[in-house]
Design a protein around this ligand. Structure first.
Ligand SMILES: Nc1nc2c(ncn2[C@@H]2O[C@H](COP(=O)(O)OP(=O)(O)OP(=O)(O)O)[C@@H](O)[C@H]2O)c(=O)[nH]1
Ligand SMILES: [Mg+2]
Length: 311
């Protein structure tokens, strides 16, 4: 056959692109759910509670010739306490450095005061501003269009997407669009890297998620987790020691539970997930310590990857 098979013909290599996309929004908008969906695996923890994410989490995705580094940020709200201020400062910092900022809005909640406060500050951000209406599985299409319209009247977004981060609807299209927006340049990370967070940080976050899941009513957000030791053993397994810091003696009792039942359940759920993330057998040891003012302790902020606000 003399004809050339077009599928077999050499294609000119598209030149590589690489850039940063910040996911910002009010607490609970679904930013972490979306970054996990974009990357294809869990890089950031998720919960039903607000203020789950505390520091910037980067997840890396490939789309054609583009490497897109997504930055999951803490939810933006009116901060009161020191930890709140550190989280919100970190969120805006992540948006300022990005090539594009995607504002996630919970479509069920709609255009409320929290979203309005973010829109107020958004024009100061240098990158392209993209609106993402999330949780479209929860509302009717006419309301969705109304919401998109109202938000675009308030700020002219470069683009509007409607997605369900939980189910994945609309996510591939969103990712494809972003790939085209990334500046030309070499990839910053190896092809198979999906996160820049060290495993010990992800391991601490996984345990914090398990605490959230079990104790969301009793322990709003009075705890933090540090991975103190990670020892790779001769048999290929890892021995990991983590400390859960709580603020009160009563909280320590809650985390441990009757006869140690709660901490056992937290440890077993966390161990399984850490083992899967690390791709090795894991022996996990959890300790609970009372540190009345961990939320005012600079070292805990360093642990979390947050700058310590002076006041
Ligand atoms: N129905 C529905 N629920 C969603 C969707 N996306 C996220 N959620 C839920 O919304 C809740 C919050 O999700 P997260 O991803 O933790 O939200 P976040 O914006 O990262 O929250 P913070 O880190 O606290 O700022 C979780 O219970 C998710 O399962 C969606 O598309 N549809
Ligand atoms: Mg989050």
């Amino acid at each position: 056959m003399s004809e050339v098979d077009p599928a077999a013909a050499p294609v000119a290599e598209a030149s590589p692109r690489c850039g940063f996309v910040a996911l910002i929004g009010a607490p609970n908008a679904g930013k972490s759910t979306l970054i996990n969906q974009l990357v294809g695996t869990k890089v950031s923890i998720v919960s039903r509670k607000v203020q789950t994410t505390r520091a910037l989490v980067r997840g890396i995705a490939l789309e054609g010739a583009a490497q897109i580094i997504f930055v999951d940020t803490p939810g933006i709200f009116a901060p009161k306490r020191r930890l709140d201020r550190a989280m919100v400062t970190s969120a805006w910092g992540g948006a300022e450095d990005a090539d594009a900022a995607a504002l996630l809005v919970d479509a069920r909640k709609g255009f409320d005061g929290e979203v309005d406060a973010i829109l107020e500050r958004l024009p100061a951000i240098r990158g392209a501003k993209i609106l993402v209406l999330n949780k479209i599985d929860t509302i009717e299409p006419p309301r969705l269009l109304e919401l998109a319209d109202g938000l675009n009247r308030r700020l002219a977004f470069a683009e509007t997407f409607m997605i369900s981060a939980l189910r994945g609807h609309g996510v591939p299209l969103f990712k494809k669009h972003l790939a085209g927006r990334m500046p030309q340049g070499p990839w910053l990370y190896p092809e198979d890297q999906i996160s820049d967070a060290p495993l010990r940080a992800l391991a601490a976050e996984i345990t914090r998620e398990k605490i959230f899941e079990r104790l969301h009513d009793e322990l709003p957000y009075q705890s933090t987790v540090s991975t103190e030791q990670w020892t790779d053993q001769k048999d290929g397994s890892a021995r990991i020691e983590q400390t859960i810091y709580v603020m009160r003696d009563g909280h320590k009792k809650i985390v441990i539970g009757e006869g140690g039942r709660t901490i056992k359940a937290i440890g077993s759920a966390a161990r399984k997930e850490i083992a899967a993330a690390a791709d090795q057998k894991v022996h996990l040891f959890l300790f609970v310590k009372v540190r009345e003012n961990w939320a005012d302790d600079p070292e805990r902020y360093r642990d979390m990857g947050l700058a310590f606000p002076k006041d």
